[in-house]
Ligand binder design. Structure first.
Ligand code: NAD
Length: 441
């Protein structure tokens, strides 16, 4: 089956970069990215310097392919109906109400996509789960498509989870460690899998494209994220012990990572992980384990989140203690608002949690992050109920660190490595040699 047109529902951190790379690598394929948020589509179609997602290398790709074979549109129904293959890359946040609130993934956006496809599609479609989903979600999607779709129209559902990391998304997409495609073993299922393999094989070596059944693919993504986050919590838990014993976490990371059975990646101690994925995906995994009666397994994975919360709190408490326990009227510079360097994404950023705790203890904070927009920082301050009168946003680093009692480093941006020796620096990323306190030292 030859696919000529694809569409992606969801123009976010996954939909935008993945479709840009597919369009670049498959010039004969027409790729349309749609979203319910019109302002997001407008900004994908707007100036190249203010695209809604910042990723190194993304702008240059968009410059090449936008208007050639990559289109951003709000005409969702038209894009669905005219495509052979439809990717669903919508958000899957943690449920905030109903059964499983606070843990289970909220599938309302995925279900809305499936309903939309069912109502609109007049010809057969391959529907691809790109979002991270609980294992067996494809069953629900099939139910919606089969029950609500037009007579005579058939759907194949594939799972093709995305493994990119924000900040290195383009490199990750160019040189994926693996591409995972889960599909049915029926003859139609196999043809659908092959159609997606044919897209990826334009730039991914065939031995790196692995095909599995749908459930393995769905669960592999959740388990991968859980294991990555587990490494961070593991090294972070040891960082607390280093601080008590004069061992140095950087020396430990090196020594541990040189064991080829362990490997060097994801062993940097820090203020804790953030981002939209790790926490929600682990909570989702914990919920699934509980649902299937696997209490011990659920508790094992839940501990990864508990250590992460502990680490964020511990760093904030170090700052409070470092300023003598009383923050009333103290001024603190927050360097880095995103959840890590090289991204404009601040979802679940440790900086937000640390700032909230410091402000609650009476501090005034100055925030600097050149990649995160003023409106995003203001929205976070509001969403997390941080006293906005105690926060100001600096447009340059010198202004931010001027006239403060303490500088807190929250992301690993290289600009924070060399700051004046006279400053009282608390380093949540272990990058600054002059820091008075550095995680794990
Ligand atoms: N961000 C990452 O680094 C990353 C990496 C791998 C996987 N994922 C997974 O990919 C999925 C998407 O993540 P994201 O970070 O791109 O989310 P995002 O919030 O940046 O983007 C999702 C977009 O989907 C749109 N949307 C929601 N419902 C819609 C509908 N019915 N019709 C049209 N548009 C709709 C939203 O308006 C939003 O713009 C999630 O499941 C996430 O867990 C994310």
């Amino acid at each position: 089956m030859k696919v000529n047109k694809v569409c992606c529902i969801g123009a976010g951190y996954v939909g935008g970069p993945t479709m840009a790379v597919i369009a670049l690598k498959c010039p004969d394929l027409q790729v349309t990215v749609v979203d319910v948020r019109k302002e997001r589509i407008d900004s994908w179609n707007g100036p190249f310097d203010s695209l809604p997602v910042y990723e190194p290398g993304l702008k240059e790709i968009i410059e090449k392919v936008r208007g050639r074979n990559l289109f951003f549109s709000s005409e969702i129904d038209i894009a669905i109906d005219s495509s052979d293959m439809i990717f669903m890359a919508v958000n899957t946040p943690t449920k905030t109400e109903g059964v499983g609130a606070g843990m289970a993934a909220d599938l309302k956006y995925i279900e809305a996509c499936a309903k939309n496809i069912a109502q609109v599609a007049k010809t057969d479609k391959i529907v691809v789960e790109k979002s991270t989903l609980p294992v067996r979600t494809a069953e629900k999607i099939r139910e919606i498509l089969d029950n609500q779709g037009r007579a005579g129209v058939s759907f194949e559902i594939l799972s093709n989870p995305e493994f990119l990391a924000e900040g290195t998304a383009i490199q990750d997409l160019f040189k994926s460690d693996r591409v995972l495609i889960g599909g049915d073993s029926t003859s139609k299922g196999k043809k659908a899998v092959q159609a997606l393999v044919d897209i990826y094989k334009n730039w991914i070596p065939i031995e790196k494209i692995i095909t599995t059944n749908v459930w393995s693919s769905e669960l592999a993504k959740l388990a991968s994220n859980a294991m990555l986050a587990q490494r961070i919590s593991s090294i972070n838990s040891i960082s607390a012990l280093c601080e008590k014993t004069n061992a140095d976490i950087h020396e430990l990371s090196k020594a541990i990572g040189m064991d080829h059975r362990i490997g060097p990646h994801f062993l940097n101690a820090s203020v804790g992980f953030g981002g939209s994925c790790f926490q929600k995906d682990i909570l989702n995994l914990v919920y699934l384990c509980k649902y299937y009666g696997l209490e011990e397994v659920a508790e094992y994975w839940h501990q990864v989140i508990k250590i992460n919360d502990y680490q964020k709190n511990r760093f904030a408490q170090k700052i409070i203690d470092g300023l003598g326990g009383d923050l009333l009227g103290k001024r603190i510079a927050i360097l880095g608002w995103a959840f890590k360097a090289n991204t404009n994404d601040s979802r679940e950023s440790p900086a937000i949690y640390v700032t909230k705790k410091l402000v609650e203890r009476g501090a005034n904070v100055k925030i600097f992050d050149p990649l995160v927009s003023l409106s995003t920082i203001m929205r976070d301050i509001e969403d997390y109920k941080i006293d906005k009168d105690a926060c100001s946003i600096s447009s340059n680093i010198d202004e931010c660190i001027n006239d403060v009692e303490l500088v807190a480093i929250l992301t690993e941006a290289s600009a924070y490595k060399d700051l004046g020796k006279e400053l009282l620096i608390f380093d949540g990323r272990g990058i600054n040699k002059n820091a008075k306190f550095s995680i794990g030292k």
